[in-house]
Every structure is written in structure tokens, then in C-alpha cells.
Write a protein that binds this ligand. Structure first.
Ligand SMILES: Cc1cc2nc3c(=O)[nH]c(=O)nc-3n(C[C@H](O)[C@H](O)[C@H](O)COP(=O)(O)OP(=O)(O)OC[C@H]3O[C@@H](n4cnc5c(N)ncnc54)[C@H](O)[C@@H]3O)c2cc1C
Length: 302
């Protein structure tokens, strides 16, 4: 379980305390506020705070005094227009603050998204928990033969069992040594800031992460993509589900134009035009490299 009973009680208390407000409220997001969404074996995502809703995007786009437009259809239409035309600043008017618990190797990928404010749990100040990411059996796969940056076939039973044993043993051993090093019983005890260097990358860390909707969309587009590593993708998927409830119009437009849509190169557009005119175009006559051609054909399921 990612939370102790005391932490659960704290969250329950937060959810019992409500106040009237003049600020925009997204009903869908209120349902998520403070609650823990479990991810991987010990991780989670929880929304600590948010600002704005779909109408805040419209309001900013129109620089209006009150609600954005007069009808719900107009709001949705304007949001789709903004996304379609890469008019991004209105989406920066919505903000989200998250509390995330994640393995260190996932955090290293996540932190590359620089357009956010982050405050991480201090392992200089506090003692890290004995919590390590141990993948589910079905997540253990061999190196991909086609993608250097990915995994391929699932490991066979014997190999998977061996890997899981090693992961558990190593985690137990390194944490035992970590505890022994910081212990002050019968010794001075090594500083926490040094003892932590012994811990492997699957140890869990936590942070508060605040960003705006535009940058969150960028994060989700890159990290919920099939090319992203499974262990960060599952976090991006949870965030996607939260955003869908928070700003349903913006999410729909984002799914349609960014996640589900695609952009073509000028050569790609030219090949399509030639094909629509009945010409048989091959990689050799397309002007594209082999890699470009493979990806282009992949889009149409060829
Ligand atoms: C599948 C995948 C594989 C990857 N593999 C690798 C890898 O092998 N090695 C590696 O190092 N990284 C890798 N990355 C990380 C990737 O290169 C980006 O650093 C990461 O996705 C963050 O994206 P971002 O810069 O758009 O996000 P953010 O940092 O949030 O930036 C958002 C946008 O702000 C602008 N911006 C922010 N800072 C600057 C700046 N200093 N200068 C100019 N513009 C800026 C850019 O337009 C940027 O797109 C990988 C990412 C993915 C999704």
C-alpha cells in the first residue's frame, strides 16, 4: 500500500473540509482532489491543487470579464480552434499541483520536463523508506531487437524468476546496508546524504510537481506515447484520466489533434497527393529516407 493509515486519515480530513469559493470550480477535478491514484507497486499520483477549468481557457482567449463565451458549444469550438492552430497561451491559464511518488529511474526521465516547479523529498534530511519498484512478472521483457531504446518479448518463466529474485535480494541487501550505515547505535553513523548513494535506482522518491495545462499536455503527449518507457507511461496515463475529468473539452481536442492526430512532412503530403491521383509511389520515388518511409507507411498500416 502506498499510504500509511495516518496519511489516509490526513487525506480524509482534507476531503471533509470544504469552503465556498468565488473561483472557477471543475466538478470533475473536485472528485480527484487529494485522493491517491496508485501507480506501479508503491507509487501514486494525487492532485493537491488546481486552478481553472475549460471556461478559464476560453476566458483568457477572449480576454473577457466573466465566462468565456455564451454557449457550451462555442466554448468547445473555440478550444478546438485554439489547439488546432497551436494557440497555446490560453492553456497556460490552467495550473495543476501534484504529489507524485515514483522510482528514481522514472524521476530521472520525468525531471527532463523543465517547464514545471518541483520540490523533492530530501534524502539528506529524511530517511528513505524501504520501498523499491519490483516489476510485475509480465513487465519483464528482453531487449528489443528493432528498437535500441525499448523492450521486446516477455522473459521466459525461469529467467523472469531469476531476475525477480535478484531485484528483491539486491534491494533488501542495499537497504540493510543503508540502515546499518546511518545507525547511531555503537557508532557515529554515516550522514544520510552519503549513505543514500548505496541505494539502487528502483528506490522510490516523492515530489510536488506543479505545471500548467500546456506543459502538462506536452508531458502526456511524450510520455503516454507507445515509445515511452512503460514505467513512466503508466503515470502519464493516470494524468490523462485526471485531465479528462478536469477540462473535458480541452482533453478531447488534445486527444483528437495531438494524441490521435499526426503531422506530415512536405514530402509526405506530396506522396499522398500523388497516390490520390492514382500514382504508385515507392520509397525510392518518394524522396524520403528508409526510416522516414517506414514511419510514413506505418501510419496507414502498410
Ligand atoms: C521516448 C523518449 C525518449 C527519450 N530519450 C532520451 C535520451 O535518450 N536522452 C536524453 O537525454 N533525453 C531523452 N528524452 C528526453 C527528451 O529529449 C526531452 O528532454 C524530454 O522529453 C522533455 O521534453 P521537452 O524539452 O519538450 O519538455 P520541457 O523541458 O518541459 O520543455 C517544454 C518546451 O519548452 C521549450 N524549452 C524548455 N527549455 C528550453 C531550453 N533550454 N531551450 C529551448 N527551449 C526550451 C521547448 O520548446 C520544449 O519543447 C527522451 C524523451 C522521450 C519522450
Amino acid at each position: 500500500m502506498p499510504l500509511t493509515p495516518e496519511q489516509e486519515a490526513e487525506i480524509a480530513a482534507l476531503r471533509e473540509t470544504s469552503r465556498p469559493t468565488l473561483r472557477p470550480v471543475a466538478e470533475g477535478m473536485e472528485r480527484h482532489l487529494h485522493l491517491v491514484h496508485p501507480v506501479l507497486d508503491h507509487g501514486f499520483v494525487r492532485v493537491v491543487d488546481y486552478m481553472g477549468d475549460d471556461s478559464s481557457i476560453v476566458q483568457a482567449a477572449r480576454v473577457s470579464y466573466g465566462r468565456g463565451t455564451k454557449s457550451v458549444q462555442n466554448d468547445e469550438g473555440l478550444i478546438r480552434y485554439l489547439i488546432r492552430h497551436w494557440h497555446s497561451t490560453p492553456f497556460e491559464m490552467c495550473e495543476i499541483k501534484l504529489h507524485v511518488k515514483l522510482p528514481v529511474f522514472v524521476a530521472r526521465q520525468w525531471i527532463r520536463h523543465r517547464t514545471a516547479s518541483v520540490n523533492e523529498y530530501s534524502a539528506r534530511y529524511s530517511i528513505l523508506d524501504r520501498e523499491f519498484y519490483i516489476p510485475a512478472r509480465e513487465a519483464l521483457a528482453a531487449q528489443s531487437a528493432v528498437n535500441n531504446q525499448g523492450r521486446g518479448e516477455t522473459l521466459g518463466d525461469d529467467e523472469a524468476a531469476r531476475v525477480l529474485d535478484w531485484l528483491r535480494e539486491d534491494a533488501t541487501q542495499t537497504y540493510d546496508h543503508y540502515e546499518a550505515m546511518i545507525s547511531q547505535e555503537g557508532q557515529q553513523g554515516l550522514a544520510r546524504e552519503l549513505a543514500r548513494m548505496n541505494l539502487p535506482m528502483n528506490v522510490y522518491t516523492q515530489w510536488y510537481w506543479k505545471t500548467n495545462l500546456h506543459n502538462l499536455f506536452n508531458f502526456i503527449r511524450l510520455r503516454a506515447d507507445a515509445h515511452a518507457q512503460y514505467e513512466i507511461r503508466v503515470y502519464a496515463d493516470v494524468l490523462g484520466a485526471v485531465v479528462k475529468d478536469w477540462v473535458p473539452f480541452a482533453w478531447q481536442a488534445f486527444e483528437d489533434f495531438r494524441m490521435g492526430g499526426l503531422s506530415l512532412s512536405a514530402k509526405g503530403v506530396e506522396v499522398l497527393k500523388r497516390r490520390l491521383a492514382g500514382e504508385v509511389v515507392t520509397q525510392e520515388t518518394s524522396g524520403m529516407s528508409k526510416g522516414e518511409w517506414r514511419e510514413f507507411e506505418g501510419v496507414w498500416g502498410v
